[in-house]
Design a protein around this ligand. Structure first.
Ligand code: BTN
Length: 332
């Protein structure tokens, strides 16, 4: 980072908070930097696309209307203790999951977040591609270095789904629901997918990366998924803050994960999760490689398994690993 730019995100955060001019003097004192450093940081922010008025004897005023989605926006709005710190934003990556795995192998710590405006090799579940054009969507991956056994790792996907559903609701008001275990849906269509990957050595988790792709403005989908996919802007009828989606999701994830670490299961979020489960109480078809079956979805248990009540009244615990669950007449 260039000399004088260390406090850039904090300067931006303060300017965002204030409706009137903030004097250069106040910024210098608050952040313990020189006037030149403040001036350099403001100039850099302007180069990044922020509109900042600088008036002699009054100071600086942020007059931004739209969002400048990038490193400074994310850093200045990340309101968490550990989740999302540090954040690394790229204009283009092959895949945020691939980058996060490399970072994790090279010593990145728990909470580090990789985000990109575009992915050239976005990865979906079951070896599928995840369409990741520039300028329209959100792609990010969170690194965890958990101490629990590998069998518990799939539960963090459920925590992230819950966190992103909450993040979406807070950011744009859309009624986001969870399609167990990995998808978020709005009005019955998918707006978000989650891909969790981990590295295990001698029964110990080295790291887990949780990748999240949210369709924010993407309107065109490949024919295979077009009927079951949508984006937040189409559902909300207006612009949706990409940085808002990330920072709100991180805030929620931090809270859920801290609780999960203490309890070692999903007991603490069970009620909240099941209240957002899209097909709870409805008939679902479980596509199990050992044989598909139908039943009523009764919600998840503390281990993250989906409880499906079969015709004979018996409850089957469905483990996320090998199966997918569909609504009886389609995707949800
Ligand atoms: C799915 O198939 O539903 C999961 C899609 C996950 C996509 C996200 S986008 C950010 C992260 N990087 C990737 O390459 N994939 C995940």
């Amino acid at each position: 980072m260039g000399v004088g730019l260390e406090r850039k995100a904090e300067i931006l955060a303060l300017l965002r908070e204030r409706e009137s001019y903030v004097s250069g003097q106040e910024l210098c004192e608050r952040f313990g930097v020189s006037r030149t450093a403040v001036w350099k940081a403001v100039n850099q922010l302007k180069k990044e696309g922020y509109c900042i008025e600088a008036v002699q004897n009054r100071g600086y005023l942020l007059t931004q209307e739209g969002e400048v989605y990038g490193q400074s926006e994310l850093e200045s709005r990340m309101d968490t203790r550990w989740a999302g710190h540090p954040v690394s934003f790229y204009d283009m990556l092959d895949s945020t999951n691939l980058r996060a795995k490399l970072d994790a192998e090279n010593g990145a710590s728990e909470g580090a977040l990789v985000a990109a405006d575009m992915q050239t090799a976005g990865r979906g579940r079951r070896g599928r591609a995840w369409s990741s054009p520039a300028g329209v969507n959100v792609y990010f991956t969170l690194i965890l270095k958990p101490e629990f056994e590998p069998a518990r790792a799939s539960m963090v996907t459920l925590l992230m789904a819950l966190a992103v559903a909450k993040g979406i609701r807070e950011t744009c008001g859309a009624e986001a629901l969870i399609k167990w275990p990995n998808d978020i849906v709005v009005n019955g269509k998918k707006v978000c997918g989650i891909l969790t990957e981990m590295s295990v050595e001698r029964e110990f988790i080295q790291y887990v990366v949780i990748g999240v792709g949210i369709n924010v403005g993407m309107q065109e989908f490949v024919p295979e998924i077009a009927a079951a996919a949508t984006c937040l802007q189409a559902e909300c009828g207006g612009p949706v803050s990409k940085a808002g989606l990330i920072v709100n999701s991180m805030k929620a994830f931090e809270e859920y994960y801290d609780g999960f670490r203490c309890a070692s299961d999903l007991g603490g979020v069970l009620e909240e999760y099941n209240a957002l489960l899209v097909n709870r109480g409805r008939e679902v078809r479980v596509l199990d490689p050992k044989g598909a079956f139908c039943g009523i979805s009764r919600g998840i248990n503390a281990g993250g398994e989906l409880l499906v009540e079969r015709e004979d009244g018996l409850l089957t615990c469905v483990y996320a690993g090998e199966v997918s669950v569909r609504g009886i007449n389609g995707y949800t």
